[in-house]
Design a protein around this ligand. Structure first.
Ligand code: FES
Ligand code: FES
Length: 188
């Protein structure tokens, strides 16, 4: 909803189940609104050109690049960020991410999870090809792709009420130990 103010438009955004009011120019990227106005800093800035996926959030259930989505284009929609994916970090993807210690530096991981969540919302049994296609625009400079794929497959199985037995890849190879900061990246 657009609410006219004295200096600039005031928008009411539906973010993570709450209505939030922001006073910003219409062409402000949604990413800036989320991070700077609403302090939802789990969503990251990478390229600013829809090229890396670090800024991915959900708009009406679709994975979108918030760096190139104008706030004016998001006012009538429902926005979900990594902070709102689950109330307590218990989304199957977040659990699988922690189980397989997916992040390395962690910077890309919120975007990876949000893209994967949009995929699993419409496809509970994605093939590896479908996982790769869905996540192809999410760049990880640390090369965590094998662990991401494994975690997505595990989360999909959990959402189907199944236990994944086919490991496919050795997700434990070369991993450092889990750290609390990595787990925080997964949760928010
Ligand atoms: S920061 Fe949006 S796609 Fe890279
Ligand atoms: S974990 Fe470092 S960029 Fe993906």
């Amino acid at each position: 909803m657009l609410v006219f103010g004295l200096d600039m438009p005031a928008y009411e955004l539906k973010v993570n189940g709450s209505v939030r009011k922001v006073d910003v120019p219409a062409d402000t990227p949604l990413l800036w609104v989320l991070r700077d106005a609403l302090d939802l800093v789990g969503t990251k800035f990478g390229c600013g050109m829809s090229q890396c996926g670090a800024c991915t959030v959900h708009l009406n259930g679709d994975a979108v690049r918030s760096c190139t989505t104008r706030v004016s284009a998001a006012v009538s929609g429902t926005i979900v960020t990594i902070e709102g994916l689950s109330p307590d970090g218990s989304h199957p993807l977040q659990r699988a991410w922690i189980k397989y210690d997916v992040p390395q530096c962690g910077y890309c991981q919120a975007g990876q999870i949000m893209t994967a969540a949009a995929l699993l919302a419409r496809n509970h049994k994605p093939t590896d090809t479908e996982i790769d296609e869905a996540l192809t625009g999410n760049i990880c400079r640390c090369g965590t792709y094998p662990r991401i794929r494994r975690a997505v497959r595990e989360a999909a199985a959990a959402m189907r009420g199944e236990k994944l037995t086919d490991t496919g890849v050795d997700v434990t190879a070369g991993l450092a130990s889990t750290t609390s900061c990595r787990q925080e990246e997964v949760r928010a």
